[in-house]
Design a protein around this ligand. Structure first.
Ligand SMILES: *Cc1c(COP(=O)(O)O)cnc(C)c1O
Length: 415
């Protein structure tokens, strides 16, 4: 199978994806696709993107051998792809930079975006500042409170942050408002979608800007180990860092891939964002995929300790590879992610984002079951500075629970 044949000309990945958008957006989506397809063939655009990826983003990101974590697990050799070292602290900038460049070539003067944890907002505000574009970021009121430092960063970068007060006041509602803005200001505005989601051509464009992660990983692994990795592990919110890591390896059958969703309080509690565990076929924000919904077809409330994984829909390309059995999906709970967060910090001196901690949690489960000649790569999608308040609050909670049971307060789990 050739992964390059997807999406088809209708924007579908098998039965998933598509372009379920209001009629007024159709001309803008077509304009975007036409410009993007032309720019892809343009060597000057490729050179421009390449330069900024090097000098603004800081690519290539290292492939780091996690020696102490490997020793602790006592199995497969663990490597980390260090997307946390990118400018602005996550993989999001690969896509924001690319889309802002497209917008510039399209003659757009105004950039809008949605954000959950604020990482996509910060990345987009940074790219917009660099290229002198007006920038408006939509963010749910709840997320603005739990990710306050990122709101301040966006302000410093010259962006306007619009609080969204509707619905659950989180990412889903921020996307609704951003779409509303786009419909109203369509002429001069480009909407920078933040994940491998949304109506066609977004899932394809975002994947194309993120696939550099897997391409670099292959090159770096061949240099270090003279062969391909055996396992790739990445967390899956909308799915952009995961498809960015996996895409280059889809046609290499020896490479196994595991996507890790947010298990929240556990998939049996209903308080999670594991679409492949509890989702059914549905449409949300322009794409058909596995959606967490009520039996009446309303979008279900999701829960995750990490704002970046806390969303009811999953990228359509993932849905296709899941049904084909090419990529395996699992989940990690809030508790497992917090434990992994602590372990990576103490073992390697690297504080991961809570999103990425879900992938680290799966590596901690999987590596000990594999033999030492196996190579496992975790996509470390971002750094954890933004999560300090959340983690400290969670630790306090753990201490309180332990104290009320009369046990000694455990603090952060020590490896
Ligand atoms: C946004 C975010 C994610 C989740 O988004 P994907 O599109 O699934 O990659 C994961 N990790 C970090 C650090 C993020 O900021």
């Amino acid at each position: 199978m050739d992964p390059g044949q997807f999406p088809d000309k209708w924007g579908r990945f098998g039965q998933f994806g598509g372009k379920y958008a209001p009629e007024v957006l159709m001309p803008a989506l077509e304009e975007l696709e036409t410009h993007y397809l032309a720019l892809r063939e343009n060597p000057a655009f490729a050179a421009e993107l390449d330069l900024h990826l090097k000098e603004f983003v800081g690519r290539p990101s290292p492939l780091y051998f996690a020696e102490r974590m490997t020793k602790k697990c006592g199995g497969a050799k663990i490597y980390l792809k260090r997307e946390d070292l990118n400018h602005t602290g996550a993989h999001k900038i690969n896509n924001s930079l690319g889309q802002v460049l497209i917008a510039r070539h399209m003659g757009k003067k105004r950039i809008i975006a949605e954000t959950g944890a604020g990482q996509h907002g910060v990345a987009t505000a940074s790219a917009a500042a660099k290229f002198d574009m007006e920038c408006v970021i939509y963010m749910g009121r709840v997320d603005m409170e739990r990710q306050a430092p990122n709101v301040q960063r966006m302000h410093l970068l010259g962006a306007t942050v619009v609080p969204v007060e509707s619905g659950s006041r989180t990412l889903k509602d921020a996307i609704n408002e951003a779409i509303r803005d786009w419909v109203t200001n369509i002429g001069e505005t480009h909407y920078v979608f933040g994940s491998a989601l949304g109506p066609h051509p977004y899932p394809r464009i975002v994947r194309d800007f993120q696939k550099i992660i897997g391409e670099e990983t292959e090159r770096q692994m061949l240099e270090k180990e003279k062969r391909l990795p055996d396992y790739l592990v990445a967390c899956v919110g909308g799915g952009s860092n995961a498809i960015g890591m996996f895409y280059n390896f889809l046609d290499k059958p020896s490479v196994k891939m595991i996507g890790v969703e947010a298990g929240g309080h556990g998939v049996l509690t209903g308080l999670h964002a594991a679409r492949f565990a509890g989702g059914t076929l549905g449409v949300l924000h322009g794409a058909k995929s596995y959606v967490l919904q009520t039996k009446d077809g309303q979008i279900a409330e999701t829960h995750s300790i990490s704002a970046g994984l806390d969303y009811a829909n999953v990228g359509p390309e993932h849905a296709m590879y899941r049904d084909l059995g090419r990529i395996q999906y699992t989940s990690a709970t809030d508790e497992e992610a917090l434990d992994a967060f602590g372990q990576l910090s103490r073992l390697e001196g690297i504080i991961p984002a809570l999103e990425s901690s879900h992938a680290v949690a799966e590596a901690l489960r999987l590596a000990p079951t594999l033999s030492p000649d196996k190579l496992l790569v975790v996509n470390l999608s971002g750094r954890g500075d933004k999560d300090m308040a959340t983690v400290i609050a969670a630790m306090e909670e753990v201490k309180k629970t332990a104290a009320s049971k009369g046990a000694a307060a455990p603090g952060m789990p020590r490896p």
